[in-house]
Design a protein around this ligand. Structure first.
Ligand code: ATP
Length: 253
């Protein structure tokens, strides 16, 4: 990976770019993953590269849903494995969630490499190598494990495609997504749509889950029942508008 000076004003963003590029070189991330990363970066610019209030609210509800779940599963694709494998493992540990690899551009080699990457970052078990169940989809993301995504009651699907998100919601699951684009089909379909950068969202959720573990179950249930996803999404769009207004005011004309 190219050395990026830590005092560079856009250090985090450049580092993420390097990680995804390294993921492609290692065979973990598909070449299409670079396009997804670029799209994410542009939305992060519009959001102001910070976790907004609406994102934190969604992250709070998501952490509560994972803690209350009977069979929570975190789905991992090539971009997630390249960007934040250690953060996935931390969140899975604190919420007792399973981890399952699920890929659109699936090859057995890529699944193997991602599992190894997660294990090198502390995961004890990673599902996805031996799919024995199928979602009603025509592409490879249909391939799932019966004790993982297929039977999960709560699934965290960061950087998801709209198709599978829709299918998982139809199956009655609580679907949590992390997607910087509040207008994507994924964000508009999910039960809890987190409009935030993957790395910030995973860190926030882990921290929130750590604190919430001490709370009473009823408090967590209340967090979920009072959460309104449409409000969160429209909040995310308003936050982008406000940020753009501020930026435009700074450019005196
Ligand atoms: P949809 O089918 O939901 O409309 P899509 O086809 O636009 O989605 P994909 O390419 O499947 O999207 O998924 C990539 C999504 O993930 C994009 O919306 C992109 O903005 C978002 N994204 C990319 N990188 C990140 C990141 N690091 N953190 C959060 N979101 C990201």
């Amino acid at each position: 990976m190219t050395d990026i000076p830590q005092d560079h004003p856009r250090y985090e963003s450049l580092l993420a770019r390097e990680k995804v590029a390294a993921g492609v070189k290692m065979g973990i991330t598909s070449i299409q993953g670079l396009i997804a990363q670029g799209r994410g970066e542009s939305f992060d610019y519009l959001i102001g590269e910070r976790s907004t209030e609406s994102a934190l609210n969604a992250e709070r509800a998501a952490a509560a849903a994972l803690l209350l779940a009977k069979n929570p599963v975190i789905s991992v694709n090539g971009n997630v494995a390249a960007l934040a494998p250690e953060k996935v493992v931390s969140l899975a540990d604190i919420t007792d969630a399973k981890i399952e690899v699920n890929l659109f551009h699936r090859t057995e080699t890529r699944v193997h490499l991602i599992i190894e990457q997660l294990k090198a970052n502390g995961a004890s078990e990673v599902l996805g190598k031996n799919p024995d169940a199928s979602l009603e989809l025509s592409h490879a993301r249909r391939l799932v494990e019966s004790r993982g995504i297929y039977s999960a009651d709560v699934v965290l699907v960061p950087l998801e495609d709209g198709d599978r998100c829709e299918k998982l919601v139809e199956m009655g699951k609580t679907v949590i997504t992390i997607d910087l684009n509040p207008l994507s089909r994924t964000s508009r379909t999910a039960t809890i749509s987190i409009v935030d950068n993957l790395t910030r969202a995973l860190e926030n959720m882990t921290e929130l889950a750590r604190e919430m573990k001490k709370e009473r179950k009823e408090e967590l249930v209340k967090l979920i029942t009072t959460y309104e996803n449409k409000k969160a999404l429209s909040g995310a769009i308003s936050e982008i508008q406000e940020h753009l207004k501020t930026l435009s005011a700074e450019i005196e004309y």
